[in-house]
Design a binder for this molecule. Structure first.
Ligand SMILES: Nc1ncnc2c1ncn2[C@@H]1O[C@H](COP(=O)(O)OP(=O)(O)OP(=O)(O)O)[C@@H](O)[C@H]1O
Length: 272
């Protein structure tokens, strides 16, 4: 194996020529992108354009039909299932519905990754769980509650505490503010910024929430559904800072960020 160049070591993720097909349908085609260590990248785009498929491909949960995903210098497709699951311990997942275990207390939910992946003793586990609950703004008394006793916003906080407890290199947020009111969404946005300030993480956020993209991301990627692109068009319509979205060269990007239906309105009326 050749030694990594200084440029390679800056990149946590390198995606080249990524294709993903399902049942003969092209979902992603020809995706080339790199994500640098420490970057916070928001992936936006309308429903069904392939955001989640991309996110799962980045962490080896989907095997590409073609192309490569290199995570920290390793081609994920070349790893054994055991190696892949080992690498995934370096990734924290914040799922859309928080995905907590209902039968466990909040303490046990947050402790779960430590118990699974380390041999930390009870004192150490207690210290780390309480530290992370406090970092996401939850009081100590929450530790003994069950997920069903918490509000949606509190469950999301628990999900973030669990995702960062092993100090991952990459945190992947799937629709972190979906289902929350604007104030609670802002709390979660602030928490994502806080995680970034406290830890040297790289973050990928799949979101429909333009506030999240504008406020939290350093860089925004806007995807477009493969089915509505001409064969030679690139699927990433925008790759740049959030400040440039409103004045993007591509009208489809400007319409998306302003929430304007544009040509989709005529498409919809034609199909009814
Ligand atoms: N495992 C799978 N098998 C078959 N088709 C799939 C699979 N996963 C995703 N798809 C299809 O791939 C397309 C893209 O799905 P994806 O979930 O990535 O969209 P998305 O952009 O994340 O949408 P949303 O914003 O609604 O979550 C959809 O048409 C979906 O039905």
């Amino acid at each position: 194996m050749t030694a990594p160049t200084p440029d390679d070591t800056k990149q946590l993720l390198q995606v080249s020529g990524l294709h993903v097909d399902f049942d003969g349908q092209e979902i992603l085609r020809g995706i080339d992108l790199t994500i640098a260590r420490g970057e916070t990248v928001a992936i936006i785009g309308e429903s069904g354009c392939g955001k989640t498929v991309l996110m799962k491909s980045l962490v080896g949960l989907i095997t590409p039909t073609d192309g490569t995903v290199v995570f920290d210098g390793e081609n994920l497709a070349r790893l054994s299932p055991a190696e892949l699951s080992d690498r995934r311990r370096r990734v924290g997942f914040v799922f859309q519905n928080a995905a907590l275990f209902d039968s466990m207390t909040i303490f046990d939910n947050v402790a779960f990754p430590i118990r699974q992946s380390t041999d930390a003793d009870d004192d150490e586990i207690h210290r780390r769980v309480m530290k992370h609950l406090s970092e996401v703004g939850l009081p100590e008394r929450v530790a003994e509650k069950r997920p069903s006793e918490l509000s949606g916003g509190m469950r999301k906080r628990v999900g973030i505490a669990r995702a960062i407890i092993l100090q991952p290199e990459l945190v992947v947020y799937d629709e972190p503010t979906t289902g929350l009111d604007p104030i609670m969404s802002d709390v979660i946005n602030e928490l994502m910024l806080d995680v970034r300030r406290r830890y040297p993480v790289t973050s990928v956020i799949v979101t429909h929430d333009m506030r999240t993209a504008q406020k939290v991301a350093d860089r925004v990627l806007m995807f477009y559904p493969r089915t509505r692109l001409s064969p030679d068009e690139h699927q990433i319509l925008y790759d740049g800072p959030p400040q440039g979205l409103e004045s993007a060269a591509d009208q489809r990007v400007r319409q998306f960020v302003r929430g304007e239906a544009g040509e989709r309105m005529t498409e919809m009326s034609e199909s009814t």
